[in-house]
Design a protein around this ligand. Structure first.
Ligand code: DX5
Ligand code: ZN
Length: 218
């Protein structure tokens, strides 16, 4: 089974004085997902926005909120982001906390859950969780900042996770995030990815409908 390609623009790359307008741009193009990057200044060397902002966006949007928590202690904030209107909450494997319990808690709160791995983290680290998640997010840059170049050496990782998914009859989505554009995203699609986060390449695109159309054809 192969999931249809989903484009999830990251509003990290939108105008932060007008985030609702960024989300509205995504929705007006007929897209269903928007990617929300949450940074704590510890797990990654940058800060973005928090649950209050997500809740405010929720009031103005019916998009599927794909919330990517780049936090050292994500388990402390699951409830807040679920309440704020997240539809999917993904958590990183790298920090030490009870990953299985946190993934279960996300679902208990009515959200889809996801596990994320950084470029330097081996695929084996997430293997025990594959049957417990709705999405696996492979970082194709070191997280923290938009606009970085795509890490082509992550393609093998995507293929490995897709292989495991097929061998085990699992149906989680496989998402990529960082430096994704129409060229690198298509390479990820060929490797097995089905969900494409795009910040800079999406919000910087002069012809956004063409981008949407291209990804829909993957
Ligand atoms: C990176 C974030 C990404 C970021 C991607 O820390 O997780 O979601 O917004 O931005 P681009 O597409 O510009 O690499
Ligand atoms: Zn992200």
């Amino acid at each position: 089974m192969k999931h249809a390609a989903v484009l999830a623009p990251s509003i990290l790359a939108a105008d932060h004085a007008h985030l609702a307008a960024g989300a509205a741009t995504v929705q007006a193009l007929g897209l269903e997902w928007v990617h929300l990057d949450i940074m704590d200044g510890h797990f990654v060397p940058n800060l973005s926005f928090g649950p209050q902002t997500v809740a405010a966006l929720r009031k103005n949007s019916s998009l599927f909120f794909d919330t990517h928590l780049m936090l050292d202690e994500p388990h402390r904030y699951i409830e807040a982001f679920a309440k704020a209107g997240s539809n999917l909450i993904s958590i990183h494997i790298e920090p030490a906390y009870d990953h299985a319990a946190t993934l279960a808690r996300i679902r208990a709160l009515g959200c889809q859950n996801g596990i994320v791995l950084n470029p330097g983290t081996p695929t084996e680290a997430i293997e025990p969780y594959l049957s417990q998640v709705d999405i696996v997010l492979v970082m194709t840059v070191q997280p923290g900042f938009g606009g970085q170049p795509f890490r082509r050496d992550m393609l093998a990782k995507i293929s490995q996770i897709d292989r495991w998914r097929q061998e085990r009859g699992l149906t989680f989505r496989l998402e990529v995030d960082g430096g994704v554009d129409l060229v690198t995203g298509h390479e990820c699609r060929v490797a097995g990815a089905d969900t494409f986060v795009a910040g800079t390449s999406f919000f910087g695109a002069a012809d956004k409908p063409a981008v949407v159309k291209a990804v829909a054809g993957w």
